[in-house]
Design a protein around this ligand. Structure first.
Ligand SMILES: Nc1ncnc2c1ncn2[C@@H]1O[C@H](COP(=O)(O)OP(=O)(O)OP(=O)(O)O)[C@@H](O)[C@H]1O
Ligand SMILES: [Mg+2]
Length: 149
């Protein structure tokens, strides 16, 4: 399994790292994003959306936990499992077509449903505790769980 480690020093850095990934995606693709509150998962989602050409402003999904964007070159489905986990059949439904599905707090699926979510790419964003003096530093690990680009 290929794994790439990146250091982000600002929200713009995180968006840029996500943009680069977003430009190389082969749909359908399921991306799981994990990391603590305020790590930058939604910032990362914005970078992916930007790479896909999504025109709307990407914000945290609402209480329903799913936002769908169709203005880019591929459908961009943004989910957030912090409060509510979406059922597997619905996730699979979006992946039947060439689209990009990105899930914040993807690990909550395992905790709630009791089986793991089969992501193509799994990303962890965390505060960089070695560089705590820079509060904007983040460590981003991108794991290609199913395939390499
Ligand atoms: N290097 C960085 N990368 C991303 N965001 C950063 C960085 N440094 C500081 N920030 C700030 O951290 C916050 C990250 O917010 P964001 O909503 O993306 O987090 P999140 O992981 O989605 O949180 P939640 O778990 O609540 O959904 C933003 O206010 C952003 O400006
Ligand atoms: Mg978020």
């Amino acid at each position: 399994m290929k794994q790439v480690k990146k250091i982000s020093r600002s929200p713009d850095d995180t968006e840029q790292i996500a943009f680069e990934l977003g430009s190389q995606l082969k749909p359908p693709v399921l991306i799981g994003l994990n990391g603590p509150l305020g790590a930058g998962k939604t910032v990362f989602a914005k970078g992916i959306a930007d790479a896909l050409g999504v025109k709307e402003l990407v914000t945290s999904p609402t209480f329903l936990g799913i936002s769908e964007y169709y203005s880019g070159k591929l459908p961009f489905i943004h989910m957030d499992f912090y409060q509510k986990v979406t059922e597997a059949s619905k996730i699979e439904y979006f992946l039947k077509k060439p689209s990009v599905v990105l899930i914040e707090w993807a690990n909550n699926f395992q905790e709630v449903i009791g089986r793991s979510l089969n992501t193509d790419i799994s990303i962890t964003i965390d505060f960089d505790i070695k560089n705590i003096e820079n509060e904007q530093n983040r460590k981003i690990i991108i794991r290609y769980t199913k395939f390499s680009l």
